[in-house]
Design a protein around this ligand. Structure first.
Ligand SMILES: [Fe+2]
Ligand SMILES: [Fe+2]
Length: 237
């Protein structure tokens, strides 16, 4: 089986295909990870915010749309998707740990290094292992239909780390609407704090912390854990 990294858009089923869309996002992520290297302070915060805006809706739409299809279509689907759900869970936990650290903490660089490693591993597992198998079991038309569904969910999905929420339906689907609204408000506030006038920063930070507390309250509702595989968190840091 050939990695989707080595295939043209035509081979992947055209621009609408979920495989072409995935590959496009993975290329953008690679550029952002390269940008992250050697940054610090405000510049690093901005790149990290862009990484979150790309990675979390992308992964949420995988967990809610693609992995259920893989579990139905492939005999080894459960095992394969569990592995990437664990990677996603670790990414959620690492980003949450970064958010809770003091800016000057000595732990920051080791957490960032691990985050970059896990994100790259997730891309390799998907492009080299999961997606070639999905490609072999679906038609081009099905891949394009899945691409449209994945894109629709991605555009409305949460954009921040939520390690407490299930990585599987129905918990993640129930969480999607309230968390997406809070996350997208937080994104606007955080971008404004990083790029706007210094005098507005304290008020924006207070607003951002309030939104974060609101998101934590929503994620802890028991409904949001429904559907989780018991071992998803076992391999995480
Ligand atoms: Fe992906
Ligand atoms: Fe992923």
């Amino acid at each position: 089986m050939r990695s989707i990294a080595d295939q043209s858009v035509g081979e992947l089923g055209g621009h609408l295909s979920v495989l072409a869309r995935q590959k496009g996002d993975h290329i953008k992520l690679n550029r952002l990870l390269e940008d992250l290297e050697g940054t610090s302070g405000t510049r690093q915060e901005l790149v990290l915010l862009r990484i979150c805006r790309l990675v979390f809706p992308h992964a949420f739409a995988e967990e809610s749309v693609l992995w259920p299809v893989m579990r139905r279509a492939l005999p080894e689907g459960n095992e394969l998707t569990l592995e990437v759900e664990r990677e996603h869970q670790e990414v959620n936990e690492l980003v949450t740990a970064l958010e809770e650290l003091e800016e000057q903490s000595p732990r920051r660089s080791s957490i960032l290094d691990r985050l970059v490693i896990v994100l790259r591993e997730d891309v390799r597992d998907e492009e080299d292992v999961l997606f070639p198998r999905l490609q072999a079991s679906l038609t081009g038309k099905q891949l394009r239909g899945l691409g449209v569904a994945w894109e629709l969910v991605r555009r409305t999905a949460p954009t921040r780390a939520h390690p407490v929420v299930a990585r599987r339906p129905p918990g993640n689907l129930i969480a999607a609407i309230p968390l997406s609204l809070i996350d997208r408000a937080r994104d606007l506030v955080d971008f404004a704090a990083l790029t706007g006038p210094a005098r507005a920063v304290p008020a924006l930070h207070t607003l951002s912390r309030g939104l974060t507390r609101g998101a934590h309250r929503v994620e802890r509702l028991p409904l949001m854990r429904r559907g989780e595989h018991h071992s998803t968190r076992a391999a995480t840091v």
